[in-house]
Write a protein that binds this ligand. Structure first.
Ligand code: AP5
Length: 214
C-alpha cells in the first residue's frame, strides 16, 4: 500500500505519519525531514534549500521531485511508502504521477488532514522535537515527561527556525496558494479521504486508519 498525507503545516502530518507507517509497515518519507537531513549534512541540495525553508517558501519543484523519486525507488520503499509533505504543488503531483505510472506503482489513498489556521499557529509555535530520533512534542498538548528532554533517548529538544510566528504565517499563505489546489487534484482522481485533524491525536489516528480501509 502507498499512502499520502496532505494538510497545512502543523496539521499533524509528521505525528500521524510516524504512527501510520509503523502500524502498516510502510516507509515514512517526509520531504521536510529529508531536506533538513540534507541541510545538516551540508550537501549541495541542502545548501540550495536552506534559504527557501527559512523564509517559509517552497523549494523549487525540480529539486524536490528528483529527491523524492530517488527515495521512492529505493529498495526499502518497495513494500510500500507513506508520503508526508510531498507533493506540495500541482507540478510536483503531475511529475509524481508520471514517475509512478512509469514504474507500475500508484497512490492508494490521499488523506487530507483538515485543521484551521489559528490552531496551526498554536501548534507550531509550541512544537519541540528531538534532533536524534525525530519524535515530536508540544509544550501543552503532548509535553515530554521532563521539560526540554526527549522521553525516548534523553536528547535535548530543539525548535525549528521556521516555527517562528512570522514564518508560520508565510507558510500558511504558501499552503493556501500552492498546496491546497491538490485537494481538488486528488479529489478528481477518486483517492481523496478527508479527516478532522483538530481533535485529539489518537482520534485522528483512528480516523486515518478507518479512511485507509474505505
Ligand atoms: P515540512 O517539514 O514538511 O513542514 P510542514 O508541512 O510545514 O509541516 P510541519 O512539519 O510543520 O507540520 P506537521 O503537519 O508535520 O505537524 P506535526 O506533526 O509536526 O516542510 C518544511 C519546509 O521544507 C517547507 O516550508 C518548505 O520550505 C520545504 N519543503 C518540504 N517539502 C517540500 C515540497 N514538497 N516542496 C517544496 N518545498 C518543500 O505537529 C505540529 C505540532 O502540533 C506538534 O507540536 C505536535 O505535537 C502537535 N500536534 C499534532 N497533532 C496534534 C493534535 N491532534 N492535537 C494537538 N496537538 C497536535
Amino acid at each position: 500500500m502507498n499512502l499520502m498525507l496532505l494538510g497545512p503545516p502543523g496539521a499533524g502530518k509528521g505525528t500521524q505519519a510516524a504512527r501510520i507507517a509503523a502500524d502498516f509497515g510502510l516507509l515514512h518519507l517526509s520531504s521536510g525531514d529529508i531536506l533538513r537531513a540534507e541541510r545538516k549534512g551540508q550537501t549541495e541540495l541542502g545548501r540550495k534549500a536552506q534559504d527557501y525553508m527559512d523564509r517559509g517558501a517552497l523549494v523549487p519543484d525540480d529539486l524536490i521531485l528528483a529527491m523524492m523519486v530517488d527515495h521512492i525507488n529505493r529498495p526499502e520503499a518497495q513494500k510500500g511508502f507513506l508520503l508526508d509533505g510531498f507533493p506540495r504543488t500541482v507540478p510536483q503531483a503531475e511529475g509524481l504521477d508520471q514517475r509512478l505510472v512509469a514504474s507500475g506503482k500508484r497512490i492508494d489513498a490521499v488523506i487530507n488532514i483538515v485543521v484551521p489556521d489559528a490552531e496551526v499557529t498554536r501548534r507550531l509555535t509550541g512544537r519541540w522535537s528531538c534532533p536524534k530520533d525525530g519524535r515530536i512534542y508540544h509544550e501543552v498538548f503532548s509535553p515530554p515527561a521532563k521539560i526540554g528532554v526527549c522521553d525516548d533517548c534523553g536528547t535535548a529538544l530543539t525548535r525549528r527556525k521556521d516555527d517562528e510566528p512570522g514564518v508560520v504565517s508565510q507558510r500558511l499563505v504558501t499552503y493556501h496558494t500552492e498546496t491546497e489546489p491538490l485537494v481538488e487534484y486528488y479529489g478528481r482522481r477518486g483517492v481523496l479521504r478527508t479527516v478532522d485533524g483538530s481533535v485529539d491525536a489518537d482520534v485522528v489516528t483512528a480516523s486515518i486508519k478507518k479512511a485507509c480501509k474505505e
